[in-house]
Ligand binder design. Structure first.
Ligand SMILES: [Zn+2]
Length: 148
């Protein structure tokens, strides 16, 4: 079985990694709905979020809380969306999206591209994704009191 996210975990596929430990990885969504849109995945392959065991599900949710606090400061938003999906890549993943608008949920590929593209140019250069990943990763490291 091949899995795009298992390939990222193993290093066979590239990603702009924000943070990782032995169990969990955070990387930039390559088609972000908004700047700062990242995905949190368990490193071990699970197809569905409802299959995630404790304490792994708790680790992901607490990491999402830490990331959201950093995203609110860095991207100037009052709220961050957190949603588990897995339709396109069947490896459980949580999208964490700085919310500017009520339509800012999940990933661009789930939306009518024409209507979304009227809002703004959604293409994001890889260098910008890398810069965002480093900035958010540094923010996590700077807040040691919030360690998961
Ligand atoms: Zn996988």
């Amino acid at each position: 079985m091949t899995c795009d996210f298992c390939d990222i975990v193993s290093g066979r596929a590239p990603a702009h990694i924000v943070w990782q430990d032995d169990d969990v990885m955070v990387f930039a969504d390559h088609q972000p709905i908004r700047p700062g849109h990242v995905q949190i995945i368990p490193k071990r392959h699970y197809s569905y979020f409802d299959d995630l065991p404790e304490p792994l599900i708790g680790l992901i949710v607490r990491l999402g809380q830490r990331l959201a606090r950093a995203q609110k400061v860095i991207f100037g938003v009052p709220r961050v969306g957190f949603v588990f999906t897995g339709n396109d890549v069947p490896h459980c993943h949580a999208h964490l999206i700085p919310l500017h608008d009520t339509g800012d949920v999940t990933s661009l590929r789930y939306f009518d591209r024409v209507s979304v593209l009227k809002r703004r140019d959604l293409s994001v250069p890889s260098a910008d994704l890398q810069q965002m990943a480093k900035r958010l990763g540094r923010a996590l490291e700077e807040h040691h009191e919030d360690r998961i």
